[in-house]
Design a protein around this ligand. Structure first.
Ligand SMILES: Cc1ncc(COP(=O)(O)O)c(C=O)c1O
Length: 392
């Protein structure tokens, strides 16, 4: 598109990599097939392709391929993990005592909303506070775990400020206390190396459209262990696909695309992280030089390479966004942008309301160039100066 804005919103979604499109192409038409149709060769071929894709997904996660359950995306995977684990029978088995869940104040709404619903039905929910970087304190988690705790759900990398939680430390603590751990790893998968063989996570959600795969496909990794046995109650029934955990015909082209996106991420992720970090740091410096009172939100070190979240004092965020016509950028979580409230993540980090309202989230991606960032920085600086020069 000739006149389209510079796309700096890769946390919301990413374009599908042309190599992924190419890999998917034959599976819409001549190589179509239902992987559950074992009776004929076309179905068997489809099942083989699903197996291959699952292998690439598992390799990226360094996990057992038999533990992957396909879903429509991460919203569904999060719902399946949370509602599936906290099923009513669990409560009965618990002598009717209310199960307890620990989460954080900075989760995506795809975790917060199902938990809110369960809370109305009697589940006790502890939402751990975060520090100014957007990270929980391990001691708070340790103190919150009690006899009734049945699940801990903690986001791996934050979708607004890019802060990366120490999931290995969190997982080991949960294992010591025999509490299953779920992590929403939507912004982590494909962005930096993960090793589930060494990280005792029991449930992990991810989504292909966040790392150059197709939208509409994701998965839940399900790995109970000796210290933490559990059963997931299916949330979608009919047909008994995927061991009955999630019924529904598997979308072959999407799964092939998901597998290809994982294969590419594994091969290129290290180089991509370094490139994005360099670009992001340079972009940050340019913005700071033009807007000296600009505030950087989030962690300095443990932050996603392609993420930059800033607040601009004394500028109305809505007006700013409406004037930034040359860049596609978000003023908070894209998935909750229908909500005019200031970001719950920034507020949890102790950022004052005016700065929350004037925040911008940049997400750099695979095809972001230095020239685009130069142009974006110049545009943002110019708009901020114009707004500040206007008499209020
Ligand atoms: C951290 C996080 N979790 C969950 C989701 C929802 O993912 P999906 O679009 O696959 O439903 C998103 C989407 O923005 C996200 O960033």
């Amino acid at each position: 598109m000739a006149d389209s804005p510079i796309y700096l919103d890769h946390h919301a979604t990413t374009p599908v990599d042309p190599r992924v499109v190419e890999a998917m192409a034959p599976f819409w038409t001549e190589r179509f097939g239902n992987p559950a149709s074992f009776q004929h060769r076309i179905g068997q071929e489809a099942a083989k392709r699903v197996e291959e894709a699952t292998f690439h997904i598992a390799r990226l996660l360094n996990a057992d391929p038999l533990r992957i359950v396909f879903t429509s995306g991460a919203t569904e995977a999060n719902n399946l993990a949370i509602k599936g684990l906290l099923h009513p029978e669990l409560r009965k088995a618990n002598g009717n005592k209310a199960p307890h869940v620990i989460t954080t104040a900075v989760e995506h709404r795809a975790v917060l909303d199902p938990l809110k619903k369960l809370e109305r039905r009697g589940v006790e929910v502890t939402r751990l506070p975060v520090d100014h970087t957007g990270s929980i304190r391990i001691t708070d988690l340790k103190d919150a775990i009690c006899e009734e705790t049945r699940l801990v759900s903690i986001i791996w990398a934050n979708n607004e400020v890019g802060t990366i939680h120490p999931i290995l430390e969190i997982a080991e603590l949960c294992q010591q206390h025999h509490v299953p751990l779920h992590t929403d790893a939507v912004q982590a998968v494909g962005k930096f190396p993960l090793n589930l063989t060494e990280t005792p996570v029991n449930l992990l959600s991810c989504s292909a459209h966040k790392f150059y795969g197709p939208p509409g496909i994701g998965c839940l990794y399900v790995q109970p262990d000796e210290a933490r046995p559990f059963r997931l109650e299916p949330q979608i029934e009919g047909g008994g696909h995927q061991g009955g955990i999630r019924s529904g015909t598997l979308p072959l082209p999407l799964i092939v695309g998901f597998g290809k996106a994982c294969e590419l991420a594994l091969a290129e992720q290290q180089e991509e992280v370094e490139r994005l970090r360099t670009l992001r740091d340079q972009f940050q410096k340019q913005l700071q030089a033009g807007i000296p009172d600009l505030v950087i939100n989030g962690a300095v070190e443990n932050r996603l390479a392609g993420n930059l979240n800033i607040s601009i004092p004394n500028v109305d965020g809505d007006v700013l966004l409406s004037r930034l016509t040359d860049v596609a950028v978000s003023s908070g979580s894209a998935c909750s942008s229908s909500n005019p409230e200031p970001s719950h993540v920034l507020r949890a980090m102790g950022i004052d309301e005016q700065l929350c309202r004037s925040s911008l989230r940049f997400g750099l991606g695979r095809w972001t160039t230095a020239a685009e960032l130069d142009q974006a920085a110049a545009h943002i600086i110019e708009v901020v100066r114009l707004l500040r020069d206007q008499p209020s």
